[in-house]
Design a protein around this ligand. Structure first.
Ligand SMILES: [Zn+2]
Length: 253
């Protein structure tokens, strides 16, 4: 086997600087997720280019002995400076954590990249970044094969469930539920989250007071189906207040 060099283009999902001054990055590219290391990168020009949410073109070098590719060069292909705004940063960060948890190397490639890139642009530019994040979270989940069951109660199978499922983030029938039903708009959102286009969902934002319950359902659903998205609770202000209710009544650590 020989060493090889390749050019890839992708968005920085995750960035960590090691004590040695290396930068470990995870990129989402149209060919799938890619992890790489920029050795000594924190002291050079790569440092500012390999920033979170940057779209970069990288030249990577891979040896058969090491499964972590080395970044030799990086050029900035696109940036969304408005993502640094406090009201947008948290949602962009959540989208990146989400994409990192959902997509494996080589999987769901081009569609996942396009959807994630669109989600970041929406969070950067739309007047309601929280709504973009909710809509796109369900879209990303569906693309990865995780769909909330809304046709039947997840516990007993009864048709047309309407109540929140505080443990699994699915939907329960009246007999199985302990919480009051979702408002009709929230229920319609959950039922149509996969089928509706992004454009249709964006045109029908839910009132803000209905969103904490959906963030909570999403958090439970993702935790049960995908695994913990690490910084979830620090990231989304509304989700944090919603989570505090759950923390009081369950063993979520
Ligand atoms: Zn039931």
């Amino acid at each position: 086997m020989r060493s090889r060099t390749a050019n890839r283009s992708g968005i920085v999902l995750r960035r960590r600087v090691t004590p040695a001054g290396d930068i470990l990055v995870t990129l989402l590219t149209p060919q799938g997720k890619l992890k790489a290391i920029a050795r000594g990168g924190v002291r050079g020009p790569l440092s500012s280019r390999l920033n979170l949410f940057h779209h970069v073109g990288v030249q990577i070098y891979q040896t058969p002995q090491n499964d972590l590719a080395t970044v030799k060069q990086a050029v900035l292909e696109g940036a969304l400076p408005s993502l640094a705004q406090p009201g947008r940063y948290a949602f962009a960060h959540l989208m990146a954590e989400f994409a990192d948890a959902l997509f494996q190397e080589g999987e769901f490639s081009e569609q996942a990249f396009d959807l994630f890139a669109g989600a970041l642009r929406g969070v950067a530019h739309q007047p309601d970044p929280e709504w973009v994040a909710l809509v796109m979270s369900y879209k990303l989940l569906a693309l990865a094969g995780f769909v909330t069951q809304t046709a039947r109660c997840v516990r007993c199978g009864a048709p047309e469930p309407e109540h929140p499922d505080p443990l699994g983030g699915q939907v329960l029938c009246r007999a199985c539920a302990a919480l009051p039903p979702y408002p009709p708009e929230s229920l319609a959102f959950l039922q149509g989250a996969v089928r509706r286009t992004v454009r249709e969902s964006m045109a029908q934002p839910l009132p803000t007071d209905q969103r904490p319950a959906l963030w909570r359902a999403l958090e439970r659903f993702v935790t049960v189906q995908v695994g913990n998205v690490q910084s979830w609770r620090q990231l989304v202000p509304t989700a944090v207040s919603a989570m505090q209710d759950t923390l009081r009544t369950s063993d979520v650590a």
